[in-house]
Design a protein around this ligand. Structure first.
Ligand SMILES: C[S@@+](CC[C@H](N)C(=O)[O-])C[C@H]1O[C@@H](n2cnc3c(N)ncnc32)[C@H](O)[C@@H]1O
Length: 386
């Protein structure tokens, strides 16, 4: 992994968390970050923006590069990703900076209660989800004014006309930069509109016996995922047992398991704050309490394994194949390895995955074989016993 960013006269050491599971070709910043950093440096050195201390906000910083670049202004860093925040904290340390240089804000925090005077500078890395972008633009209306400098950055292909229209609708007029190394910047002038946040989406689907509410950045927020649909038909009988829903999203798999087995205990785990919050609200709505459940925001099972190992009877997993904008299998592999550590002897992990992925080999090596419980033309549900 390339870990040294040399830019202008500065040198930063930046890793993607967790280092040991990452592909060597990936690095912790991209051309859009570099473009924004260069532009910001110019603005600041020309005195075009001032008094930034405590009045700077970075949104969706992938691994901390932008927040660290702006660390002397004590920025807020808002993200839906536990992994992004953790990476930024680790990278602050690597660069011998204080963790207190950045105030970390999660996507489920009330931003307007944390920021008590209008921001001077907002740097927004474009997220993948349009619904989440819309949520963030409306959220920004509470903490900016017409003097706020607003810069968005992303890959050229993510600066689409719909993205520009969304900024214009919720904030104000937009100008775009020329492309540089396939990245582009957007500059936006806030016009003063104030709106309330859109309601979460609500799905009703015969695949589950309850309604699913999804906050803005939750996976498959408009419909039940095809893989989840197949795994829902293969849920375990597990009353009085310990079950983990790993990468729980809105909690669809774990909640249906609990409704079928009300005396089980479910641990819902996801690295997205909005996912875990959606799972919590969905379970509350489905059974009126959450007494038989725990909710953990974590990279795979990092935070769970720190407290407990060899305790789970069942793990349900519909693994992700993205980290931010990059397609990757390293998260699924960490999920399989962590599952092995969390399962008690004889415990079982059930995984649904696209059939073209090379998971069976990996699982065979880790668990001494696997069974296929169900499959269709695209997906299969595999079970491995510890
Ligand atoms: C394919 S979705 C499955 C969601 C839900 N279980 C379902 O079946 O619809 C994968 C989930 O893994 C989560 N995820 C991604 N990276 C993760 C990580 N490093 N640790 C924990 N969860 C992660 C995503 O936020 C997403 O909710």
């Amino acid at each position: 992994m390339n870990t040294v960013l040399n830019l202008l006269d500065r040198k930063l050491y930046l890793e993607r968390y967790p280092v040991k599971h990452q592909h060597k070709s990936l690095q912790a910043w991209d051309a859009a970050d570099e473009y924004a950093m260069k532009y910001l440096d110019e603005l600041i050195s020309n005195d075009e923006i001032k008094a930034l201390e405590g009045r700077t906000l970075v949104l969706n910083d992938d691994f901390g590069a932008l927040s660290i670049w702006l660390h002397e202004y004590k920025p807020y860093s808002l993200s839906d990703s536990w992994v992004s925040h953790k990476s930024a904290k680790v990278n602050l340390k690597h660069n011998e900076l204080s963790i207190d240089d950045v105030t970390f804000v999660t996507s489920t925090d009330e931003l307007s209660t944390l920021v008590n005077q209008p921001l001077k500078l907002v740097v927004l890395k474009l997220p993948r989800s349009m619904a989440y972008l819309q949520h963030q633009l409306i959220q920004l209306q509470q903490v900016i004014d017409s003097d706020t400098t607003i810069i968005a950055c992303g890959k050229v292909k993510s600066v689409t006309s719909s993205v520009i229209k969304l900024f214009e609708k919720h904030l104000g007029p937009v100008k775009t930069s020329l492309a540089q190394k396939k990245a582009r910047l957007m500059f936006c002038q806030y016009q003063g509109l104030k709106e309330s946040l859109p309601d979460p989406t609500l799905i009703e689907d015969s695949a589950v016996s309850f309604k699913l509410l999804n906050l803005a950045n939750v996976f498959s927020r408009e419909q039940v995922d095809v893989g989840a649909r197949l795994l829902l038909k293969q849920l375990p009988d597990c009353n009085q047992q310990q079950v983990i829903d790993l990468g729980c999203g809105n909690g669809i798999l774990g909640i249906q398991t609990l409704l079928n087995n009300p005396e089980a205990h479910l641990t819902f785990v996801d690295e997205s704050y909005m996912a875990v919050e959606s799972a919590r609200q969905n379970l509350m709505n489905a059974q009126g309490h959450t007494d038989n459940a725990s909710f953990v925001v974590s990279n795979c099972l990092d935070e769970v394994l720190m407290k407990q190992r060899s305790f789970a009877d069942h793990i349900l997993c519909n693994p992700p194949f993205h980290q931010q904008n990059v397609i990757t299998d390293h998260i699924a592999y960490q999920m399989f390895n962590d599952s092995k550590k969390a399962l008690k002897p004889g415990g079982q992990v059930r995984i649904v995955a696209n059939r073209h992925l090379d998971y069976p080999h990996k699982l065979n090596r880790l668990f001494d074989g696997h069974d296929v419980l169900a499959s269709n033309s695209k997906f299969s549900v595999m079970a491995c016993i510890n």
